[in-house]
Design a protein around this ligand. Structure first.
Ligand SMILES: Cc1ncc(COP(=O)(O)O)c(C=O)c1O
Length: 403
């Protein structure tokens, strides 16, 4: 093919793509990246500016913990940086294996299996457990990776009303053939509320369903020893057979795992394509996670501090007359509803030195744009108070300008 032909082909592709990109800007939905120039911490340097970050999922502040960093360094010195292969070829190191055993003990499940990311864990697990002719029931507000897993499985997907076990039961009752896999976030990533797990367990018991919970945002933050939503509700293997967690949030490192029975884990090893056909996590990340798992359980003051900060933040937002959501977790959304206003408030807060998530559709339902503020055990009360003050001033300014 001549070069002029190939360039005209790519430019017609670009102009077609450009039309969609421009529309996204017009809709105030255009996403942009900022460049982080410092360590992951509560105080960060972004695009040359020092800011206090209220948008990280590193809830306990372990991503920059010296002992975790030291373990990563020592892991790299011992095992090299890359794992070199997938787990099933020869990328499964001693550190991976030890971490899996420790995660199994931590979650009170017979076994655990590491995945390279949470997205891949969800996609691979749902695809391995459900097929054409089966049924996947999903909470309407589930994380995209769970929804994508359902779609990729080829099973029929049913989306029940958010946190509504009665709606789930009604839908399950109508299904007379195939497997029924019920999938939910434990802590909802954009709302911060908890799935009503005891009621979902009961629906699964009545209608012969298998329950899978993605507790990406619960581990570290919930439960006396950071065991997440299963510790919070006291749910064992028989009630909750498929438990997934991510390591890039409360653990402060990277990767994910699924915990469950021996049969479940062996099934995933045999059939989960996102486990089989990908390079294993760097072993040093597993070493670092082994240390962060210990700190996460032992340093209970981090959860105490989070609790104090959550209460302080919520009462401050109420005093400002803003709209909170029913969340007791470190994810504290402030509903603004309007996409453009949300984007502007996010930008203005950044100029004032605070980073928050400005979350708009399609990540959240239309009309529910919000600031997604996340708290970390390393934040101080003074930083929370300063954020509240900046939110107040920003909204007063924008409203006085008619924005
Ligand atoms: C609920 C939930 N599940 C899964 C994921 C994906 O995890 P990972 O970032 O490890 O791919 C995320 C966020 O990233 C999440 O919020």
């Amino acid at each position: 093919m001549s070069s002029s032909k190939s360039s005209s082909k790519s430019s017609s592709m670009d102009s077609e793509l450009q039309v969609k990109l421009e529309q996204r800007k017009v809709d105030n939905l255009y996403r942009q990246r900022h460049v982080l120039e410092s360590a992951q911490d509560v105080q960060v340097q972004v695009d040359g500016k020092t800011c206090v970050a209220f948008c990280s999922n590193d809830y306990l502040g372990l991503a920059s913990h010296p002992a975790v960093i030291d373990s990563l360094r020592r892991g790299a010195e011992t095992y090299g940086v890359g794992s070199g292969a997938s787990h099933l070829i020869y990328g499964h190191s001693y550190e991976h294996h030890a971490l899996e055993e420790e995660l199994a003990a931590f979650t009170g499940r017979p076994r655990a299996l590491l995945f390279s990311t949470g997205y891949m864990a969800n996609l691979g697990t749902i695809r391995a457990l459900a097929d054409k002719g089966d049924h996947v029931f999903e909470d309407r507000l589930n994380h995209a990776s769970l929804l994508d897993g359902g779609l990729a499985s080829g099973a029929r997907c049913h989306r029940y009303h958010h946190a509504d076990s009665n709606d789930l039961s009604r839908r399950m009752q109508k299904v007379t053939s195939g497997r029924k896999l019920v999938v939910t976030d434990g802590v909802f990533s954009m709302d911060g509320d908890l799935a009503p797990l005891p009621a979902l367990v009961e629906a699964c018991r009545q209608h012969n369903g298998w329950l899978m919970v993605d507790d990406a945002h619960g581990f570290g933050a919930l439960g006396d020893s950071g065991g997440g939503i299963t510790e919070h509700y006291g749910l064992g293997l028989s009630e909750l057979p498929i438990l997934m967690g991510t390591l890039g949030k409360g653990f402060g490192t990277f990767g994910a795992f699924v915990a469950g029975s021996d049969a479940l884990i062996e099934t995933l090893i045999q059939y989960a394509r996102t486990y089989i056909y990908t390079t294993a996590l760097p072993p040093a990340v597993a070493s670092a996670t082994r240390i962060s798992l210990k700190i996460l359980q032992r340093e209970t003051w981090r959860r105490e501090q989070l609790k104090n900060l959550i209460e302080r933040f919520r009462s401050g937002v109420e005093e400002l007359g803003l709209e909170l959501m029913a969340s007791t977790t470190p994810i504290q959304p402030v509903l603004l509803h309007d996409d453009e206003l949300t984007q502007k408030v996010g930008e203005q807060l950044r100029i004032r030195g605070f980073l928050v998530g400005a979350i708009r559709p399609p990540t959240v339902p239309v009309g529910s744009a919000r600031l997604r503020i996340t708290l970390c055990a390393e934040h101080t009360e003074e930083q929370v108070d300063r954020l509240l003050d900046a939110m107040d001033k920003t909204l007063v300014d924008l409203r006085s300008k008619g924005g």
